[in-house]
Design a protein around this ligand. Structure first.
Ligand SMILES: [Zn+2]
Length: 283
């Protein structure tokens, strides 16, 4: 799946797509509450109201750069809280290569934040050691994000995630710390969308008068476009996360900005339009 924004191409590489089982992350999104939001079907929910979610990377090609935004779960990882996120042996790298993006061709890796499903393919296991998956890339990580999680004590699993997916990048000298409003190149810049995590960013693409936004996790699922008040259990600061959703959705509404969702399944992208006192996503 590909989208063109002026001179920029964005390609989705799926690692995992699931239907149901997402109550733990969006507890307010019960089947009964999701069913009436009819535009969610069939891409984002099934006919029973079960949410569909995706874990995918987005490859952003500008005339000068080849950037991977978010690196999913990765293979061979251990100590993850969700059982099937451990010991994976998926074909993600082969799928990337078959789509025209061998790992050596990537010059930039960009993590919207440092949660487990956004840093996994930063590294791969080679002879019992975690090595950078993209050896020619600079890995851009939010300075605020990195500093927060490096010293956080409330999420013991983050220590494991850092050890296998973040620290090896720092030690290889491939990490570059960026600010939440950093300009990456002519077409790509970061905007702060904090609340989900303290240093969370979304990725703005601008080229030839066209515009797109890669969400990251300030929204996990399109149901939060209809219900910005529904917080995710993974939000560091649920109140700030809700304010961010309302602010950004208000900005995006009725503007010609393509919104590409980091966990949106199916068609993954669309435009935000006002719908009563909330919003919906149109294809
Ligand atoms: Zn995520």
């Amino acid at each position: 799946m590909k989208w063109r924004i002026g001179d920029v191409m964005v390609t989705k590489i799926v690692e995992l797509e699931v239907t149901g089982g997402s109550r733990f992350i969006l507890p307010q999104a019960t089947y009964e509450a999701v069913l009436p939001i009819s535009w969610l079907q069939p891409h984002f929910a099934d006919e029973r109201g079960r949410l569909r979610m995706s874990i995918h990377a987005l490859v952003v090609e500008t005339p000068q750069r080849r950037i991977v935004v978010d690196t999913c779960l990765g293979n061979d990882k251990q100590g993850r809280r969700i059982p099937h996120w451990n010991d994976r042996s998926g074909p993600f790298l082969r799928d990337m290569a078959e789509a025209g993006f061998p790992a050596e061709s990537i010059d930039t890796v960009l993590c919207t934040h440092l949660h487990v499903d956004h840093v996994g393919w930063n590294t791969r296991l080679e002879n019992g050691k975690w090595v950078p998956t993209f050896p020619r890339a600079r890995y851009l990580m939010g300075r605020a994000e990195y500093q927060h999680w490096r010293t956080a004590t409330d999420r013991p699993d983050m220590e494991t995630i850092f050890a296998d997916s973040v620290t090896p990048i720092i030690e290889a000298g491939l990490a570059q710390m960026v600010e939440t409003n950093e300009t990456i190149c002519d077409e790509i810049s970061l905007i702060p969308t904090v609340g989900h995590t303290p240093g969370h960013v979304s990725v703005m693409i601008r080229s030839r008068g066209e515009q797109a936004l890669i969400t990251g996790d300030f929204m996990h699922h399109p149901c939060q476009i209809a219900r910005p008040d529904w917080s995710s259990t993974a939000d560091s600061d649920p109140i700030l996360a809700r304010q961010t959703r309302e602010r950004v959705l208000t900005h995006l509404a009725d503007r010609p900005i393509l919104v590409i969702g980091t966990h949106f399944a199916g068609r993954t992208a669309g435009r935000i339009v006002r719908d009563g006192d909330a919003f919906c996503l149109v294809g």
